[in-house]
Design a protein around this ligand. Structure first.
Ligand code: FAD
Length: 698
């Protein structure tokens, strides 16, 4: 850890000068020895100590030792970029016969980019997170790349490097694919040559299709660059990425039944983070009235852990898949009778960035219930790879058709949100019966389905008021995606939480829900517990409480603002001067889904007459009224607060609301500030850049 700290201080200091990046590395090596360092004590993205075993950090050395020509770096938050990197690597190896490896960008030292041999290729598969930020695992690389502009701008030290880049972003956000764009620009500036076009995928619309379309053009250029073609590959059946071995006579105490993260070592201080969540007891109540929808206010008790949070942070909750879907998938794959058999799953490639895709050995049941995202819609690529294992000519053809015909795929899988079990049932048609698809090897299932990811929530409590009780405000998600009315899709985590709530509070709402194992692996979640960790966010109240704040948060977008308002009311009650606090809230109906309606009057009374909640109930008037309309009506007052150095906070729906609200502020600058349209756009942009316009949208 000491080495890391010194290294950072040292590098940061000379970063102020003009010494080139690469010279710096040589100096650093001279002072501190080789860059090969013990990864123990290395900080991960959450600022906690990671406990990875000792690893070579020079990826070029690893590539050379292993005879790899291509490396696929991924910057991944929810696992999609990682999946994409694995899929590309697989294609690279199998179709073009080029030896390659995937690499978590956090695990290697990218300062060695200048030593990549000319006949090799480096791929960057990089997601952009939130407001144009890198993913947690790419933070170190990002800092190295962006903080030292002076050195990078004139350096041409990456002349040897050839790279391919694909970005994963979301167009509803202001900084669409910022990470891939900036990285591409920097690498080019440093003299590196991009192979093919930069790919960009839009998670709001068509990420998977963007990725597939980009590959159509990328692979031919890739072949040119490396001097290979499809005939370079050894023909034959698909090569497995994982080996799967069913274990007999295994000591079941050593088998993972759904635990996330390593088992804690005796006596070691446990740091709870994204790699090892804390099983926290929760209590809950339903905030909706007189409607069959539900919104839970959940209080997560972290008092028995060392977890802490700041107002405005996010909490991650790790869901459990429901047993109905576990049973469906197990049945069609012919695994029903084997659900409690332990299996060992290992990466076949010894240089794979992860030796195991999840904690192992684990039972089939726990893999389906806790480790794989079996409820997610199936990808086209998965359908393609299933073709060769379909049990009959009809099912082969049906799968081929679904994977090739984009419209059929969209209709029956994408928009219909059919998970793998459902697609296999659909394809089997009248023949569907247990074990019909027992021809599909389990390693293909592991390879094709992503890891189940935690769901994030904007914390709705104030850390000053309740440092050890973290509040969440979550709407239960159920929807009917296609015209068949009896097919309901249940949001994984929110229905899991609803079942915990219903069991603890003996709630019967007359609806049928899928069943969940609420006791958890080895009863570790018994007593209404859920695995959680905290994620720091940039979404923060101004330090100075006298600064006016304008908050816009319809629906569950109000979550962080409950925390903000409670915090400012507390400061006021403590006798501190607190500036005007305006909250714009919207929902359908004042009687049904007005969140925290009973709490606001007292809080705003404490805050005083310059502060208030302004509501928009969209279904109570003939013409639908939304928060942006109320904002517009109060434009003059809001503009005045902005002139008094006020800050704007927007939370909730990224798609329409955040855009409409931003447009309203642009209109204010035109109407009250007398600006031209261009100037008004710049004005709002500047507010964002100076941290006075913050969004927490999803
Ligand atoms: P999932 O099983 O993950 O299903 C959700 C997916 O279903 C969606 O991504 C979408 O692809 C699909 N979908 C949804 N509706 C439809 C439809 N009608 N038709 C077709 N497909 C559909 N949520 C809150 O309730 N409160 C919060 O405070 C909150 N804060 C968040 C903060 C952040 C930073 C982020 C990233 C998200 C936040 N969310 C919040 C959203 C939350 O993380 C979950 O996405 C949400 O609770 C649903 O999770 P789930 O597992 O129940 O649904």
């Amino acid at each position: 850890a000491l080495l890391d700290t010194l290294d950072i201080v040292f590098l940061g200091t000379i970063g102020l000068g003009t010494i080139a990046w690469f010279t710096r590395r040589q100096i650093a090596e001279k002072f501190f020895g080789s860059k090969e360092q013990d990864a123990n004590g290395k900080l991960n993205g959450n600022g906690h100590a990671a406990t990875a075993p000792k690893r070579e950090r020079n990826f070029v050395k690893v590539m050379q030792e292993q005879g790899r020509r291509v490396i696929f770096f991924y910057g991944s938050q929810t696992g999609t970029a990682e999946d994409y990197a694995s899929r590309l690597a697989k294609e690279c190896q199998q179709k073009y016969g080029v030896s390659c490896m995937t690499a978590d960008i956090e695990l290697y030292d990218l300062q060695y980019l200048d030593t990549v041999p000319e006949d090799c290729l480096v791929f960057f598969i990089m997601a952009t997170y939130g407001e144009g930020e890198p993913t947690d695992n790419a933070v170190d690389f990002w800092e190295m790349l962006t903080e030292e502009e002076a050195q990078f701008s004139e350096s041409e030290e990456l002349n040897n490097l050839r790279y391919v880049i694909f970005g994963l972003g979301n167009k509803t956000y202001e900084h669409y694919n910022e990470v891939a764009r900036v990285l591409d620009k920097k690498l080019t500036k440093l003299g590196a040559k991009r192979v093919g076009e930069r790919g960009e995928g839009d998670d709001d619309a068509s990420l998977e299709e963007d990725f597939l379309a980009w590959q159509d053009n990328m692979w031919p250029v890739f072949c040119d660059a490396l001097g290979v073609d499809e005939s370079s590959a050894s023909s034959g059946p698909r090569q497995a990425t994982f080996s799967v071995e069913e274990l007999e006579g295994e000591d079941m105490d050593q088998v993972y039944l759904g635990e996330i993260g390593e088992k804690p070592k005796d006596g070691a201080r446990i740091v709870y983070d994204a790699k090892r969540p804390y099983n926290a007891p929760i209590t809950s109540r339903d905030l909706f009235h007189n409607t069959d929808r539900h919104c839970l206010h959940i209080e997560v008790d972290v008092s028995d852990s060392n977890l802490s949070y700041q107002t405005g942070d996010h909490i991650a909750i790790w869901p459990t898949n429901n047993d109905d879907e576990v049973a469906r998938l197990a049945s069609i794959l012919g695994l029903t009778d084997k659900l409690d058999v332990p299996v060992m799953v290992k990466a076949i490639d010894s240089t794979a960035s992860k030796k195991h895709p999840f904690p192992v050995p684990a039972t089939y049941r726990s893999i389906f219930r806790h480790y794989l995202d079996i409820c997610a819609p199936t990808s086209r690529q998965t359908l393609m790879s299933l073709v060769e294992y379909a049990p009959t000519e009809e099912t082969k053809e049906a799968l081929r058709q679904l994977s090739k015909d984009k419209d059929a795929y969209r209709l029956k899988v994408g928009e219909a949100v059919r998970n793998l079990g459902e697609v296999l049932e659909l394809v089997a048609g009248a023949e569907a019966r247990p074990g019909f698809f027992n021809t599909v090897p389990f390693d293909l299932i592991v390879e094709s389905i992503s890891r189940l990811q935690p769901r994030y929530y904007s914390i709705s409590s104030s850390a000053k008021e309740s440092p050890k009780t973290v509040a969440v405000t979550a709407v239960t998600l159920t929807y009917n995606p296609d015209p068949t009315p009896e097919r309901t899709v249940y949001g994984v985590n929110t229905n899991y939480l609803w079942q915990i709530h219903a069991a603890a509070n003996k709630v019967e709402d007359g609806q049928t829900y899928p069943k969940y194992d609420l006791a958890g692996p080895r009863n570790t979640l018994q007593g209404s517990k859920v695995p959680v960790h905290i994620r720091r966010s940039q979404f923060k109240l101004p330090r100075n409480p006298t600064i006016p704040v304008i908050m816009v948060g319809p629906g569950t977008g109000v979550a962080p603002f409950r925390g903000f308002v409670r915090e400012r009311a507390l400061q006021k009650a403590e006798g501190k001067p607190v500036g005007p606090t305006l909250l714009f809230f919207g929902c359908r109906n004042s009687e049904q889904d007005f969140l925290y309606s009973e709490e606001w009057p007292e809080l705003f009374e404490t805050l005083g007459e310059e502060s208030r909640i302004i509501t928009a109930f969209s279904r109570e008037t003939d013409k639908k009224v939304y928060v942006q309309h109320r904002l517009q009506e109060n434009g003059q007052e809001v503009w005045k607060l902005l002139q008094a150095n006020g800050s704007i906070f927007v939370c909730g729906d990224a798609k329409n609301m955040a855009r409409d609200v931003q447009q309203t502020f642009i209109n204010f600058a035109i109407e009250f500030g007398g600006m031209t349209e261009d100037k008004a756009h710049d004005y709002v942009k500047n507010l964002r850049n100076s941290g006075r316009y913050q969004e927490d949208v999803w």
